[in-house]
Write a protein that binds this ligand. Sequence first.
Ligand SMILES: [Ca+2]
Ligand SMILES: [Ca+2]
Ligand SMILES: [Ca+2]
Length: 282
Amino acid sequence: MLRIRSVARSLGVLWAAIALCVFAAPASGAMYVHAGTSLGFMGTTHLDLAGDTTSVRDDLGLNITCYTTLNYPSDGSCGYCVYIGRPYGNQSTVAVAASSVYPMGQPIDAGLSYATSEISMAAHNYNGTTGAMSNSGVWANQAGYIGLTCVLDGQTHYGWAQIKEEVIEGPPLPYPRLTIVQWGLQLAPDTPVLAGQLVGTLRDGDADMNGIVNFKDYIIVERYFGRTSGMNWANGDFNGDGAVTFKDYVRLEGIFGQSSVPEPATLSLLALAGLAMAKRRK
Ligand SMILES: [Ca+2]
Ligand SMILES: [Ca+2]
Ligand SMILES: [Ca+2]
């Protein structure tokens, strides 16, 4: 009896070891994801990319400047400029799209152009007499992502920041507000990331980049299925050809059986969904 128990215990340990090998998360790369901050009216803040509580080697500055005389209450006219960059003289850089904001899923890699000085994101001019607000700059009243790099111990790390720029309707006057919703930095050096990526190593099919492949990811693929251009990882384009096709669906379906055991109801839904996609494939 004792021997049977011992063998059973050994088998249990063996099974646990096998399970650990099979289901352990990939070891290469990890994301350091951080809650954001908000900046309104006027002011300066910074992102402590390395989490070292000093600004010297890594921090990225953000600021909103009131660049004309605030003559409120005579008529209330004023102007603002919103900047992001590196006023701390370190090697951190930002990449901002020239004509539009980056979407979730944008590859942040060596192919982007990184600014080595502070750059203007948006400007707002308020006419106190007419009450009109004129906005300019790619980021004016936009939400999206910027790419960033940070050099730590001589090695480059890629990251992203999710940003929202908007005009708040006072009182007493309309003013801009810049919100860093959240940001992330890849801890493995020289490893590109995708804007919005939450985990270090992405799995095929993980469209929302949260480390789990489930029905939510399927819903994303279904939503964009059939689009032939302009697609990225966040839309379900897992093979990087700009389109969301059956090739991407197959990758999503393939990972379902490997990373987890879906509920029977989910499997049925998937089977139905697969049939629907197969019909749409033509
Ligand atoms: Ca720092
Ligand atoms: Ca997911
Ligand atoms: Ca594709």
